[in-house]
Write a protein that binds this ligand. Structure first.
Ligand code: FAD
Ligand code: NAP
Length: 540
């Protein structure tokens, strides 16, 4: 059954989809948002594990499009918890009356382009058809969970959980033996809390991670008032910084300073900075020697915090640069390992062999457990884009087109898939910057594009093959200038066996990226073919 036609169909009701639906609606487009979950929030809907919170400061990890919202919302902590972010999402939905524009419990299964009619047919898992002139994929970067295919997993008689699909009710760990697999950002946030609640906690670690302390704290009325008095300049600082965070990155090379000066600066950063630690010097993420100094500093910190030197060594990351895998921001992670009820199971050399009815077997030893938590992450960046079948011009699917890795122009679209746009997708700064800032930049830019197209009677907007090729080369070149490709990370597709190894996000910084997007728009949307029904391509 074909339902109403829409100007824009937005897939996803995370912070990206919400902003997109609101802004397209404001610009006078007939828009609908389709969301698989029962409610809005995206990652903040799904990742309800204890300890989940943002690691970009709340003041910066929030929408900037409404001064009233900005002024009236009161964040309670420097890094808001998942429940607080979800309350913010609910507030935004209510304040801007967005719920009627969304359909929840509505997973999109397929999207098919009709070249003659210049429109997309979107089919949901309930078999409903919707037709849209444009589709915006706000399906997220970290929204398709991944759990290792371990033999025997269905035999386990206890409870299995995934951090990215956490139940809505509280999980009671008391009196339980809990196994957590994975020590990325999710595991690092969860472990200290389960350590306090459970009888026994076994942490199954394959790769030690670099962490920096969150230095979380409540936001006082004085701080709240001070920031809100000049919020715009903080936003502007964020927009004008490569990372999109509300402070200036260091401008000095780590190699230009003495050991003493370096250590003093790092101590200062370690005590206050949170995620910004990596930006203390301008070259920590681009120069191996500079990076080695920061990595050595962090390794010393692990030795200081973990009482047992052998355990400290096992928790110490080696063999890849600090920051090349996304560092975790922790609150008492290492200290948790000083507890008698917390045990590290090093599976780097003796991987998990199987799961039994009563536990996990690794290195020939069976560890008895009541609860197993997969903190094993996501099929990142492309997982949710490739899960539905997206069929573009000439019957080619996105899966076929991206079989050797994602190719996009500006991360916003891909050749052969007209009128299909992506929010914070591969090829854009996305997860290498404050994602919320990227979301707002993308949405504002796309709204302007569709308003211009509407005015000029353009019915098809398609990335050109040449623009896409050149952008992919540029993304690769910028990545090569950094240390990012030196780690087997999810940025690179290493998190899923067999996934193409391509460095996916744009590492040129959100400031430079914004400048490029603006230049593209000013040049009449250079790199996009704009087609009117009665004329050939208007631009390319
Ligand atoms: P998402 O929030 O992932 O929302 C996508 C939505 O699309 C989901 O609700 C999903 O159900 C839906 N969807 C997907 N496919 C379909 C389909 N086929 N049909 C219908 N619906 C579909 N970034 C930061 O910058 N700072 C942080 O502090 C930070 N913390 C994070 C913490 C966690 C635990 C995680 C997992 C990620 C974090 N991120 C952070 C990255 C995060 O991805 C972004 O900040 C941001 O929330 C992404 O919003 P989004 O709307 O683009 O995607
Ligand atoms: P992740 O960073 O991909 O970490 C997954 C962990 O599971 C890694 O330690 C990984 O080890 C391990 N793992 C994966 N497959 C395994 C297997 N088969 N056997 C054993 N171990 C396995 O995932 P995440 O922790 O969920 O975080 C993903 C991203 O979400 C973060 O990088 C961040 O961008 C975002 N996030 C942010 C926050 C925050 O602080 N705001 C919190 C959570 C998540 P290997 O390293 O060896 O692969």
């Amino acid at each position: 059954m074909v339902e109403d036609k829409y100007d824009v169909i937005v897939v996803g009701a995370g912070l990206g989809g919400i902003r997109a639906v609101h802004s397209f609606d404001e610009a006078g487009f007939k828009v609908v948002g389709l969301e698989a979950a029962a409610g809005p929030g995206g990652v903040w809907y799904w990742n309800r594990y204890p300890g989940a919170r943002c690691d970009v400061e709340s003041f910066d990890y929030s929408y900037g499009f409404s001064k009233e919202l900005e002024q009236q919302w009161r964040w309670s902590e420097r890094y808001a918890t998942q429940p607080e972010i979800l309350r913010y999402v609910d507030h935004v939905m209510e304040r801007f009356e967005l719920a009627p524009l969304f359909r929840f419990n509505t997973r999109v299964e397929s999207l098919t382009w009709d070249d003659n009619r210049a429109e997309w047919t979107v089919v949901t898992e309930q078999g409903r058809e919707l037709v849209g002139t444009h589709v915006v994929m706000a399906t997220g970067q970290l929204s398709t969970t991944k759990a290792p295919q371990v033999e025997g997993v269905d035999d386990f008689e206890g409870r299995i959980l995934h951090t990215g699909e956490w139940p809505h009710e509280e999980v009671d760990f008391s009196g339980k033996s809990v196994g957590i697999i994975g020590t990325g950002s999710s595991g690092v946030q969860l472990i200290p809390i389960v350590a306090r609640a459970a009888d026994d906690l076994l942490v199954f670690q394959r790769t030690p991670t670099f962490t920096v302390p969150a230095n979380n704290r409540p936001i006082s009325d004085e701080e709240d008032a001070r920031i809100k008095a000049d919020y715009e300049s903080r936003r502007e600082t964020a927009r004008m910084s490569p990372s999109g965070l509300g402070f200036d990155p260091g401008k000095v090379s780590a190699l230009e300073v003495s050991d003493e000066e370096f250590r003093a600066r790092m101590e200062e950063q370690y005590a206050v900075a949170g995620f910004g630690f990596a930006l203390a010097y301008r070259d920590l993420l681009i120069d191996q020697d500079a990076n080695d100094r920061a990595a050595a500093f962090l390794r010393d910190k692990i030795r200081e915090k973990v009482d047992n030197p052998d355990l400290a060594e096992k928790l110490t990351p080696r063999g890849y640069p600090f920051g090349a895998k996304r560092p975790a921001v922790d609150s008492g992670y290492y200290e948790a390992f000083n507890r008698d009820n917390v045990h590290l199971v090093d599976i780097s050399e003796a991987p998990i062999e199987r799961i039994t009815a009563t536990g996990i077997v690794a290195g020939g030893i069976e560890h008895e457990l009541d609860i197993i938590v997969f903190a094993t992450g996501f099929d990142a960046l492309t997982g949710s884009l490739l899960r539905p079948t997206i069929t573009g011009r000439g019957g080619v699917t996105l899966r076929e087109k991206w079989s050797v890795g994602p190719v996009t122009y500006l991360g916003l679209g891909t050749h052969g898939f007209p009128n299909l746009f992506i929010i914070c997708g591969p090829g854009s700064p996305s997860v290498l910057a404050n994602v919320l800032l990227g979301i707002e930049q993308h949405v504002d830019w796309l709204v302007e594009l569709l308003v211009a197209a509407r005015k000029d009677d353009v019915t098809q907007i398609e990335v050109t093959a040449i623009a896409e090729k050149e952008w992919v080369e540029h993304v690769n070149q910028r990545a090569e200038e950094t240390l990012y490709p030196k780690a087997a990370s999810w940025y690179l597709g290493a998190e899923v066996p067999g996934k193409p190894r391509v460095f996916m996000p744009y590492s040129g910084g959100i400031r430079g990226y914004r400048r490029i997007c603006n230049q593209v728009a000013d040049a009449g949307y250079q790199g996009f073919a704009l087609t009117r029904p009665d004329a050939d391509s208007a631009a390319s």
